[in-house]
Structure formats: structure tokens, C-alpha cells
Write a protein that binds this ligand. Structure first.
Ligand code: GLA
Length: 375
């Protein structure tokens, strides 16, 4: 494949995502508030009239070849996002994919909790769908991309990332009900505050294993609660008062997970009400509360993220701050007064470097459209 003179038939742009509130809620059947962002992966496709696919990553400066008759897991992690998607498309529509060449270029930092993985999966799925006119719906693309992550990558993720990446709309948040997949578009107007992501540039290797452990712990809590209250189908449906009946009954850790999930789902719905009333101060307070829960009850934060969130508490120009995404590293999301952004980044970068001897990356984002064909 000629990388410098590649004549693409189709170009897809596939964004990362942020999540304002509702963390670790998607796989518990509740409400989340994500959005697609302006940072994205660009994927160029061209058919090659064979049964082989050649995929080249400009960022990794490496390529690999896929035999469509042998869609198996690879030892190289990023390749699995591509392989998994092709495998699942092939499951739904056998023989619908033929050979193609694809060049991938990304301005999404990896492992930073803004879902470069979902961006890649959904970008591949949408591109292949267009290239071979397979006719998959957005919901099929969202679900099969999630399934790719389960079977090929091994993270039992929920549906939020893929949903936000595909369905995102410029300047809007998605209030997504993860059980029904119904969603409401909420105008994202934080003026005069803007969204600043602070990338800790750490990615603790607990991320994937502990993620799956949290899922199991939630399932354990739900099954115990269902013995007394069979009517609850998801942990997010269980009211906080009912969870509290299980204090001392459930092991402390399991109890804490359930309490967090029930509180966070409620918090998300409350946050949307505040946002609709333009009550940004209380919206920000709920973001801080979400972090407290993730840190102390759900235990998916880390020292680096806790430090960053704590630093912002003394700044009256920051509305809210919390860890974002799966946890154990990656980014915090912050709502910062636009006139103070430079001061904010300068101060917090210096104190972070002094404390951890690591350089922070700040990412100013706006809310953009979901995965789309641009040519
Ligand atoms: C990861 C997963 C999502 C979601 C978040 C936590 O990003 O991929 O499904 O569970 O963590 O909210």
C-alpha cells in the first residue's frame, strides 16, 4: 500500500468522548451524560479486490495484514479493536466484507480515558459499512463495536463510549438511558465556563482487570438485593434508602459499590435538571460529589487524579472537577472560567509536576459530531 499517495474512496472521522457525569453507570442500566468531542481519528479506506485487509497506523508507524478467513485475536492490543469489529460484522453479515486498505491517523491521546478505542472501533465499523454497502444501522454499529471490546480486547465495557462516539452531536450532551438506549439531547451551554481535560499521563495497569472486577461486584450486590426485592432489574433502579438496608448485610466493599451506583445515577438526573435551569454552580457541585464517590466508594481513582481534583477545590473559578472514564489514570474533566484557563493550566501543571515529577497535558475540547463520512 502506498501510504504517501493513497487514493481513498471513503474518509471517516470518528471522535473521542467525554462524560460530564454518570460514571460506571452504563453497565448498571442507568443514565449517563456523555458527548463526542472535536478530537478524532481519521480513517481512509479503499477496496483492494482481495480477501486481505491492510491496516496502517500513522501514529504507531506500523501496519498489519488481516486474512478475512482468519479473524482471530492478536497479541498487539490496538489491532484487536480492528479485528474484533470485522469479526462481529462478519458474524452478523457473513461474507459482506472484502479486502480493503485503510490508513488510520489520530489526534486522540491513547489510554487517557477519552475513548480512543471506541473511536477506532466505530470508525472501522462505519467505514467498512459504507465501503461495502452493508446496511448496518447505527445501533448495530454501536453494539458490535462494544462486543468487539468484550471478545477481542477483554474489557467488559458498557455501551456509553460507543454510543456517544456514534450518536454525538455538536454542542450537545446526550442524556442516555443505558437500559432502553433512548436519549435526549441537552444543549451544552456552560458559558462562561469551558471544558478542560487534564491528562495525568498515567495509565495504571489495573484499569482493565479492575474494571471487570467492578462489574462482578455490582452483579453480586444486585443478586443479593434481588433475593429480598426481585423487582429490581438493575442496580441503578435500587433507591439509596433500599441500598442502605443492606449495610452490615453485604460485605462492606460490595455495599459501597452499590451505594455509589445508586447515588450516581440519581446525581446524573439531578445534574441534568440543574443544567436545564442554568444552575451551573450546583451542577459543578454534583461533579465534585461524583468524584468523591468514585474515589471513596467505587475506588477507581488514583493518587494523581485525586490530587488534581483536590487542587481545583481552592479555585473559585472552577465549577467542578472529577476523574473521567474507567479510572486508574487518564484525564480529569474540569469546568473552568474561560478568563482563567491559562492561569489554571499554568498553576496546576506546575504543582502536578512538583508532586509527581510527571508532566500534565491539558486538552481544551469543544463538543463535536459523532462518527461520520466526510468524503
Ligand atoms: C469505560 C467503559 C464505559 C464506561 C466507563 C465508565 O470508558 O468503556 O463503558 O463504563 O468506563 O463510566
Amino acid at each position: 500500500m502506498d501510504i504517501n499517495d493513497f487514493k481513498s474512496e471513503i474518509i471517516i472521522e470518528s471522535p473521542g468522548r467525554i462524560n460530564l457525569i454518570g460514571e460506571h453507570i452504563d453497565y448498571n442500566g442507568g443514565h449517563v451524560l456523555p458527548a463526542a468531542i472535536d478530537k478524532k481519528i481519521t480513517l481512509k479506506f479503499r477496496k483492494n479486490n482481495s480477501k486481505l485487509c491492510q491496516i496502517y497506523s500513522k501514529n504507531f508507524k506500523s501496519s498489519f495484514t488481516i486474512d478475512l478467513h482468519k479473524l482471530e485475536r492478536s497479541a498487539v492490543e490496538w489491532q484487536n479493536f480492528v479485528l474484533g469489529v470485522l469479526y462481529h460484522i462478519n458474524n452478523i453479515r457473513p461474507e459482506s466484507i472484502d479486502g480493503f486498505n485503510c490508513i488510520i491517523e489520530s489526534n486522540l491521546p491513547l489510554g487517557s480515558g477519552i475513548s480512543s478505542s471506541a473511536a477506532l472501533e466505530c470508525g472501522i465499523a462505519k467505514g467498512v459499512n459504507e465501503l461495502f454497502k452493508i446496511g448496518l444501522t447505527d445501533i448495530q454499529i454501536i453494539k458490535l463495536s462494544r462486543d468487539a471490546e468484550h471478545t477481542f480486547v477483554g474489557t467488559k465495557c458498557g455501551i456509553m463510549d460507543q454510543f456517544a462516539v456514534v450518536k454525538g452531536q455538536k454542542d450537545h450532551l446526550l442524556l442516555l438511558n443505558c437500559e432502553t438506549l433512548n436519549y435526549e439531547l441537552i444543549k451544552a451551554d456552560f458559558n462562561p465556563y469551558i471544558i478542560v481535560l487534564l491528562n495525568t499521563n498515567v495509565s495504571h495497569n489495573l484499569a482493565s482487570s479492575e474494571y471487570n472486577v467492578r462489574r462482578d461486584e455490582c452483579q453480586t450486590a444486585l443478586e443479593a438485593i434481588q433475593k429480598k426485592y426481585p423487582k429490581y432489574r438493575h442496580l441503578t433502579e435500587v433507591p439509596v434508602s433500599v441500598v442502605k438496608e443492606f449495610k452490615g448485610v453485604l460485605p462492606q466493599k460490595i455495599y459501597n459499590r452499590a451505594l455509589y451506583v445508586s447515588q450516581e445515577n440519581k446525581r446524573t438526573l439531578k445534574a441534568v435538571k440543574k443544567l436545564k435551569k442554568n444552575n451551573l454552580v450546583e451542577f459543578g457541585e454534583l461533579i465534585y460529589k461524583s468524584h468523591e464517590g468514585l474515589q471513596n466508594l467505587y475506588e477507581v481513582s488514583c493518587n494523581e487524579m485525586d490530587f488534581l481534583v483536590k487542587q481545583t477545590k481552592k479555585m473559585d473559578y472552577v465549577l467542578g472537577s472529577r476523574m473521567m472514564g474507567g479510572g486508574f489514570g487518564g484525564c480529569t474533566i474540569n469546568l473552568v472560567h474561560r478568563d482563567k484557563v491559562n492561569e489554571f493550566i499554568e498553576y496546576i501543571s506546575a504543582s502536578y509536576e512538583e508532586k509527581f515529577n510527571i508532566q500534565l497535558t491539558s486538552i481544551l475540547t469543544t463538543i463535536g459530531d459523532g462518527t461520520k463520512k466526510v468524503s
